[in-house]
Each structure stands twice: as structure tokens, then as C-alpha cells.
Design a protein around this ligand. Structure first.
Ligand code: HEC
Ligand code: HEC
Length: 189
């Protein structure tokens, strides 16, 4: 009886594992297909083609989902992205987030001297953004992100143009030099 129960349990586990895999693969394939609309700015596989556009490759899945929903709801402000997100269904958003989060990470690179001066300041960011700035769930990956984009987001938080309690408080304590140094450091990872 005990063995039979175990066998049933194993069967159920196997079925649920194999049952889940094709769904995930479908998400990825659907996300990859949808990527055509995003590629002009965010580049192939989320490796951005310009300093003003963030890399999406290897970004946290939950963070990507949250941001696309925020653009769609108008709680994160950017006319270009609000227009893009308006056309995405919840499924599209999940598929795109699954696709981009599983692409290999890229490094934008940053000014070497600035990056060195940013390193000591970065320790206060790693508690939330991950010990290698790889992000975690709702906390975005900062490693390898375009420095220009990072500076813009930090000043948006400081000015209250972009809303987030934690980040507005932290950015409020940073000077413009701090932001540039931190951005160069994170971009260089
Ligand atoms: C015309 C250019 C353009 C296109 C096309 C575009 N984006 Fe964007 N995207 C931007 C810009 C600019 C930003 C930065 C917005 C800001 O400064 O807040 C951005 C930001 C984002 C962010 C936030 C990233 C972060 O690190 O917070 C996500 C997620 C995103 N875009 C996803 C997409 C997806 C998915 C598509 C395709 C459906 C897409 N974008 C198409 C220009 C574009
Ligand atoms: C208490 C946790 C916490 C700490 C500490 C923290 N952050 Fe953040 N950070 C967040 C959260 C949460 C978000 C996502 C906000 C959102 O969803 O819009 C974020 C977002 C960001 C973004 C936007 C990234 C993007 O792709 O658009 C930047 C840039 C950033 N943080 C830089 C920093 C820097 C630099 C430090 C250290 C000086 C820091 N953060 C410290 C929680 C934190």
C-alpha cells in the first residue's frame, strides 16, 4: 500500500513536470515571436542597440512583468513604452518576460575611472539588487545595464518622475556625480 502510494505520487510528480515543460516552451516561443516589435529599440535578444534603451536580456522575469504592467496602467511614465505596452495582453507580457529573462546577460561597459569611484558606493545597493547586481524578483538586474539609462532612471526617481518608495528615498541622497559613478560601475559588470 505504502509503495503504491509512493508510485502514485511519483507518477503525479512526473506528469506535472512534463505537463509544465511544454507550456513554458510555448511561452518562450510566443515571446520570441512578439520580440519583433521590440527589437528596433531593445535589440535582438534584448541586447539594446542604443545607450538610451535598456538591455532586457537576463532581466528578472517578475521585474519585467511589473514594468510592462506599470507602463500599460500609466503608473510608469514614458510615452514610447506606454504606447507599446497598451497593445500587450497579459499573456503577451508573461511570454515576453519569460523570453527576455532567459536570454544571456550582456555588459554595456562603463567609463573605467568612473566605475572605480562608483564601486565603494555600490555596496549599499546590493542588499536589494543582489550581491552581483543580478537582481532578484521585483528587484531589477543592474549589472551590465547601459550607464546613460541608469543615470536617467536614478534622476527620475530623485525628481519623483518615477515612483517607488525605496528608490525615491535612496536616489534622494545621491548627487549627480554619485549617480554617474554608480551607473558606470554597474554598467561595467
Ligand atoms: C521605439 C523604441 C521602443 C520600442 C519599440 C520598445 N521600447 Fe521598451 N523602452 C523604450 C525606452 C525609451 C525605455 C525607457 C523608458 C524610461 O526611460 O523609463 C524602455 C523601457 C522598457 C522596459 C523597462 C526596462 C527596465 O529596465 O525598467 C521594458 C520592460 C520594455 N521597455 C519592454 C519592451 C517590450 C517588451 C517591447 C516590445 C513589445 C518594447 N519595450 C518596445 C523604448 C522602446
Ligand atoms: C530597499 C531595496 C533597494 C535598495 C537598497 C536599492 N534599490 Fe534600486 N530598486 C529597488 C526596487 C524595488 C526597484 C524597482 C522599482 C520599480 O518597480 O519601479 C529598483 C529599481 C532601481 C533602478 C531602475 C532599474 C531599471 O532597470 O529601470 C535603478 C537604476 C536602481 N534601482 C538603482 C539603485 C542603486 C544605484 C542603489 C544603491 C545606491 C539602489 N538601487 C538601492 C529597490 C532597492
Amino acid at each position: 500500500m505504502y509503495t503504491l502510494k509512493n508510485q502514485i505520487l511519483v507518477t503525479v510528480l512526473l506528469v506535472s513536470c512534463f505537463g509544465a515543460a511544454p507550456v513554458f516552451a510555448a511561452d518562450m516561443a510566443a515571446g520570441e515571436q512578439k520580440e519583433a516589435v521590440c527589437m528596433g529599440c531593445h535589440g535582438p535578444k534584448g541586447k539594446s542597440s542604443g545607450a538610451q534603451w535598456p538591455n532586457l536580456a537576463a532581466q528578472q522575469k517578475l521585474y519585467l512583468t511589473n514594468q510592462l504592467k506599470a507602463f500599460k496602467a500609466g503608473t510608469r511614465n514614458n510615452p514610447m513604452m506606454q504606447a507599446m505596452a497598451a497593445n500587450l495582453s497579459d499573456d503577451d507580457i508573461n511570454n515576453l518576460a519569460a523570453y527576455y529573462s532567459s536570454q544571456p546577460a550582456v555588459s554595456a561597459g562603463g567609463d573605467v575611472t568612473l566605475a572605480k569611484s562608483g564601486q565603494p558606493k555600490a555596496s549599499m545597493c546590493l542588499g536589494c539588487h543582489g550581491s552581483s547586481a543580478e537582481g532578484n524578483g521585483q528587484f531589477p538586474r543592474l549589472a551590465g545595464q547601459n550607464p546613460n539609462y541608469l543615470v536617467k532612471q536614478l534622476s527620475n526617481f530623485k525628481e519623483g518622475e518615477r515612483k517607488n518608495g525605496h528608490m525615491q528615498a535612496i536616489a534622494g541622497t545621491l548627487s549627480e556625480e554619485d549617480m554617474k559613478a554608480l551607473a558606470a560601475y554597474f554598467g561595467s559588470l
